[in-house]
Each structure stands twice: as structure tokens, then as C-alpha cells.
Ligand binder design. Sequence first.
Ligand code: NAD
Ligand code: FES
Length: 274
Amino acid sequence: MYKIVSKEILNVDVELMTVEAPFVAKNAKPGNFLIVRVDENGERIPLTIVENDETSVTIIYQKLGYSTTMLSRMEVGDSLHDVVGPLGQPTHIREDAKRILGIAGGVGSAPLFPQLKEYARRGAHVDLVIGGRTKEHLILVDKYKQFCENIYYATDDGSFGTKGFVTQVAETLYQEKTYDLSIVIGPLIMMKNAYLLNKRYNIETDVSLNPIMIDGTGMCGNCRVTINGKTKFACVDGPDFPADGIDFDELMARQGYYKEQEKHICNLRLEPKK
Ligand code: NAD
Ligand code: FES
């Protein structure tokens, strides 16, 4: 069960894995996520279902800490201990949105992919602004080319496309094009800034949130987010939400809570790969 059928290194930080998980695969819709554990004592890792067929699911992970590094050490033919899903609400498709701009920052290109693909499948015109630290950090570009009408690139170091952030490229674009909806996924600060930009141009914004999750079923409260003064749980009410009213500053403050513990665990437990 949960055998790894393929694995691809996308860049120095990010990898793609396809895993046999028939129940999850059959029932997954764009926007759903799953939780994997590498072994029975493993931390629960929530990941967007990027693609699925009848029997397998594709996930993309960034090697950030102990658990994702352990996941990265698994090879084709190995099996994950468990895969739970599909979890969360499928993306709410806005039927009246016909001109969509996806804005992807770094590894945020992974959760954005199934959403944009679904809009394109339904006949919307889809453009993409994709950004990363360097050219190497622009992931899934060939897959996006299969359905995006135009792709605009930004890199922090100028190694490909415009030198600068995705928001700069989007703002230039807004001088000549108009969109009904922008779906923005990446670091919180990028989603906040893109939302504020879109608001100035009267463009609706949807985002995907990935606060710390534990159970993924609405029980632990870790993934809470304040939207228009009300508490929502990203795992059961999201992870996709309209950006209007999200308290991004609170989310950013909470994101760093466990950084020191994570560093400590990595130092204690992460032995070199044999
Ligand atoms: P990164 O820090 O390399 O940034 C990616 C791009 O985002 C940059 O190249 C730039 O174009 C844009 N960006 C960064 N700061 C910006 C700013 N201040 N204003 C405007 N644009 C800005 O990203 P990364 O290391 O690939 O991604 C890691 C982050 O993405 C983590 O914080 C992770 O939590 C988040 N993430 C979010 C989701 C989600 O579903 N929301 C999924 C995966 C990862
Ligand atoms: Fe526990 Fe959402 S992950 S409530």
C-alpha cells in the first residue's frame, strides 16, 4: 500500500512524488489535500494533491525540516506508512470568472496547478505569472504551458524573466489586461501583497492557506485563521479562501512559532543518509 511509483527532483529544495493511493486518487477534486506519514512515528505532513488518476496521487514537497527530509529519502518502490485524504474543501469554482490570472510564488506553483487547470478545463482564459528565487525555482512550467494562454516570469535574481517579485510583473500586466479573478498561492507575504495590489485594480483574489496542521479534520485548532473577525479552520473550511478579510498578519506571526523546535529536532535526529 502507498507505494512510491515515481519521483522527480524539481530543484535543490523541491521534489515531486507519485504514490499509489487508490481511495484518495478516485475521490480527489482540485483543491483537496492529503496527509502523509513516512513511518509510524512520523509527523503528519499535509500536501496538496497536484494530480491524480484512478490509482495514484502526485504530491510536491519542499525539503524544509525533519519530516520532509525523511520523505525525500524515500525512493521509488518504497512505501509510505499512510496517506489520508482527500481532505479539505474542493476549490470553489467561480462560474462567472472567465479571465483568470494565476500568480504562483515558488513552491506555491504546486497547489495552484490543479485549480488553474480546472478553470482552463471549464473554458476560462488562463494566464500565469510565475516567480521564484532563481530560474531553477520556477517549477511545473512545462505542465502549465499545456493550458495557460500566456506565462510571465519573475525571478528575484533576474536569472529568467523580469528581475523582481511576481507582484511587479502583475502590476505591469494590469496596465494592458484585465481579469475577473486572480488566484494567488505562495508565501504569505506574497499573497498579502498580491491581494492588496489586486484590490487596487478591482480584481477578486482567491488564495490557498497552509498554516500548521496536525489532525487535518478540524479537531486540534492549529490551522485556525481569522477571516472577517471569525475563526475558520484551513483544514476543513479551506484551504482555499477568498482573500478579502483574511488576517494575513496574524497568520504570519503564528507561522514562526515552532521554528526553533524544528531546528532542534533536525539537529538531534537527522543523521546523514546511509
Ligand atoms: P520564496 O520565498 O522563494 O518566494 C517565491 C516568490 O514569491 C518570490 O520569487 C517572489 O516572486 C514572491 N514574493 C516573495 N516575497 C514577496 C513579497 N514580499 N512581495 C511580493 N512577492 C513576493 O518562496 P518558496 O520558498 O518557494 O515558498 C515557501 C513559502 O511558500 C513558505 O512560506 C510556504 O509556507 C509557502 N507555501 C504556501 C502554500 C500555500 O498553499 N499557500 C503551499 C506551499 C508553500
Ligand atoms: Fe487541526 Fe485543522 S489541522 S483543526
